[in-house]
Design a protein around this ligand. Structure first.
Ligand SMILES: C[S@@+](CC[C@H](N)C(=O)[O-])C[C@H]1O[C@@H](n2cnc3c(N)ncnc32)[C@H](O)[C@@H]1O
Length: 195
């Protein structure tokens, strides 16, 4: 990993820790993905040689940086969606600072809309956004995914009740296999297994 990327990741991790220690209210925190989960998602994308990665919920860009790192290894690209323009700008600045801008395209706006207008194939989808909409984010991208494609959704253990509809949906879908990984806040790991 290049020093620039390491430095930006460390900066975001330290900010998140300071917010936690100071009891900054949840809605004002940067809410980055847990570092272990982020590393796992990134390495999974590398191991799957993912070329076309979609992220819903860039936030300050922490998970985006990890996905961009994966894309820099696989020769792929990340399309990252963020509804809050200030956060989208911050994520973009962080990706530029880390020297990974060539690997990320930002879509500013509601992912349910911005992703609807795309048609390129997707082999890796990462969801970390508003809980009530996980199935919709999934549905918008699913039609562009082929057998072997992967979907990872964050928070499924820590917010088990809020995300129960999503986990029930993917675990009972006839063209998917899905398992809950108890890593960090809980990751739902789903693979498309049939057309
Ligand atoms: C938990 S934060 C993402 C953190 C980020 N993955 C990281 O590791 O830094 C969730 C983000 O999803 C964004 N979001 C919520 N609803 C969205 C939507 N419909 N489309 C795009 N982004 C959305 C929020 O603005 C927020 O920045």
């Amino acid at each position: 990993m290049e020093q620039e990327l390491f430095d930006v990741l460390s900066e975001l991790e330290m900010r998140a820790e300071t917010e936690r220690l100071r009891n900054v209210p949840e809605h004002l925190r940067s809410n980055i993905l847990d570092p272990d989960a982020a590393k796992f998602v990134s390495m999974l994308a590398v191991s799957q040689k993912a070329k076309s990665i979609v992220e819903v919920g860039s936030g300050a860009g922490y998970s985006t940086l990890w996905l961009a790192y994966a894309a820099s290894i696989t020769g792929g690209k990340v399309v990252s969606c963020e509804i809050d323009p200030a956060k989208a700008a911050e994520a973009q600045a962080n990706v530029e600072k880390a020297g990974l801008a060539d690997y990320v395209e930002f879509l500013s706006g509601d992912a349910r809309e911005t992703l609807r207008h795309r048609d390129e194939p997707v082999d890796f989808l990462f969801i970390d956004a508003d809980f009530g909409q996980y199935e919709t984010y999934f549905d918008v991208v699913y039609k562009r995914m082929s057998v072997g494609s992967t979907i990872i959704a964050d928070d499924v253990v820590a917010s088990e009740n809020e995300l129960a509809d999503y986990t029930t949906y993917v675990q009972n879908h006839p063209s998917l296999e899905s398992v809950t990984l108890p890593l960090s806040q809980g990751l739902e790991f789903t693979v498309r297994t049939a057309d």
